[in-house]
Design a protein around this ligand. Structure first.
Ligand code: BTN
Length: 247
């Protein structure tokens, strides 16, 4: 593992050739470094949501950010939606329009281009740092058969190689902006913008946690819940994963 660290204003920067997981790394370093950004060329044990593995071959972007948290824990859940918006802002900077499948998967033309995993550093009841891990499929040309119809890369969309450092840098700017907005005003301040990117709105969706509910998605609440309408009732979905026809 080659570890290089420098600072850019208030942020400690780490560029790693290989690491198990940039999220694990960022969680370990946050208490000593504070705000930080850690990128790796590849990960050997990339983490996904819901305990899944994130396959991390060279060519894509693997980056984690640690931010000092000033939000009370009970208002922190939708931070992951703010991160999704920062990724959409970044892709738009490169003329690639993308959508968000609640809560935080980034899609292009019905296929996933980016996954986000937000984790917290806890000290007793307090959450001093939050770590936002972002994996963007950048230059991967082909995907294994079992995910081929669900995954896409920027290369697949634009037909050209993209500069990962340029994307990472733009992402940092957009993350700094969204995280400051979130810490100051909460998710409610960006709900409208999130809604403009919402892939599920108007579609039939099935949520399975805590029990199976099927309904039409009518948007997202000010606290970041997905809102379904079923049998004349409005049902908020707070956690987990939802399925629906996306293409
Ligand atoms: C998901 O969709 O399940 C979330 C995937 C998150 C992957 C990124 S890659 C960079 C960061 N480090 C990790 O170990 N995971 C996140």
């Amino acid at each position: 593992l080659k570890e290089k660290m420098r600072r850019e204003r208030d942020t400690a920067l780490f560029c790693l050739e290989e690491v198990d997981s940039t999220n694990r790394f960022a969680k370990e370093k946050a208490p000593e470094c504070g705000k930080l950004m850690a990128c790796a060329l590849r990960q050997t044990a990339g983490r996904g949501r819901l305990g899944r593995h994130w396959v991390s071959p060279e060519g894509n972007l693997y980056v984690s950010f640690a931010y000092e948290n000033t939000m009370p824990p009970e208002r922190l859940a939708p931070v992951t939606l703010a991160v999704a918006l920062a990724v959409c802002d970044t892709l738009a900077d490169f003329d690639v329009p993308a959508s968000i499948k609640w809560p935080n998967d980034i899609y292009i033309k019905g296929k996933k281009v980016c996954g986000i995993l937000v984790e917290t550093v806890c000290r007793g009841e307090r959450i001093p740092y939050i770590v936002a891990g972002i994996g963007i499929n950048v230059n991967q040309r082909e995907f294994p058969a079992e995910v081929e119809n669900r995954a896409v890369s920027l290369w697949n969309v634009t037909g050209k190689e993209s500069d990962r450092a340029e994307i990472a840098w733009r992402l940092k700017k957009q993350m700094d902006r969204r995280m400051a907005q979130f810490m100051e005003k909460g998710f409610a301040a960006m709900r409208e913008e999130y809604m403009q990117h919402s892939l599920l709105t108007g579609r039939e969706v099935t949520a399975s946690v805590p029990h199976t509910v099927c309904g039409i998605c009518i948007g997202v609440s000010e606290t970041g819940d997905l809102l379904l309408e079923a049998g004349g009732k409005r049902i908020p979905v707070t956690f987990g994963e939802v399925t629906g026809r996306l293409q």
